[in-house]
Design a protein around this ligand. Sequence first.
Ligand SMILES: Cc1cc2nc3c(=O)[nH]c(=O)nc-3n(C[C@H](O)[C@H](O)[C@H](O)COP(=O)(O)O)c2cc1C
Length: 265
Amino acid sequence: MIYIDAERCISCMKCVKACPFQVLETSSGKPECIRETLCIQCLHCAAVCPREAISLEDLNGTLQGDFPSLPDDFPDLIEYHLLARRSYRSFKSDPVDKEIIAHALKTSAWAPSAKNDHPAEWIVVSGKPFIQEIMDHILKYVDETGTSPEIASLYKVGRNVVTGTANTLILAAAKATSINPSVDSALALYNAELILQANGLGTCWAGYLTRMCNQIPALRQLVKLSEDCQIYGALMVGYPDQEHYLHIPNRKKQPTIQWIETALR
Ligand SMILES: Cc1cc2nc3c(=O)[nH]c(=O)nc-3n(C[C@H](O)[C@H](O)[C@H](O)COP(=O)(O)O)c2cc1C
């Protein structure tokens, strides 16, 4: 599984130290992969190797190119991007570039994931008629069961809190038996959201849609959700059609922080 190129290896043993699960050890003066079954393929061994000597079977151990150097104002920029991310519910009818979505979802895999499991499988739904079909199922279900009646009352006055006016929806599906499907899917989807918004797209988490997709059998069928999977998160996606937000809204709720400190040394 982990392949170490003996000719390139200089026996610095950085890989042995970096491995969180003691998969690598040294006996002959060179690192060796001795506990393969414990390997979570995080490739931290490759990330610390000064000789790029480590790979994963047919996969390069690391991305090509140098470690990117970040501008001095990077902390300000990333904080700005996090604060300026907003929920968009009103979109232009222009179709969303598939490549931007594919790129964002690919990048989402660099989010942390329990045991490096990355359980999310993506369902991307596009096209107004299909999304209307989804809405029709949800409105019927709301009407029949009395669940979340605000969906119907708001829809009647032109506010769709389920899909907005999006012509693209991204659903994060995962096997319920995965190690930590809800957290892993949310982290991956949030990574994707930040990339999408950095590329000029508007997004909004679609919690109603997530719940309804899991609850309504016809909807599960419509989005081709396999029986062993659940939807753990969803996004409305599109080019924003509203005026750009002029300000960052304040947050009423500040985090409560309980500091538990003991002597540091
Ligand atoms: C898990 C989750 C589910 C959400 N579900 C919906 C939804 O179904 N419909 C909707 O209009 N907004 C939904 N939102 C968006 C929130 O209303 C929004 O994030 C919040 O009001 C703060 O606004 P901001 O994202 O612009 O900061 C959801 C957000 C999260 C994180």
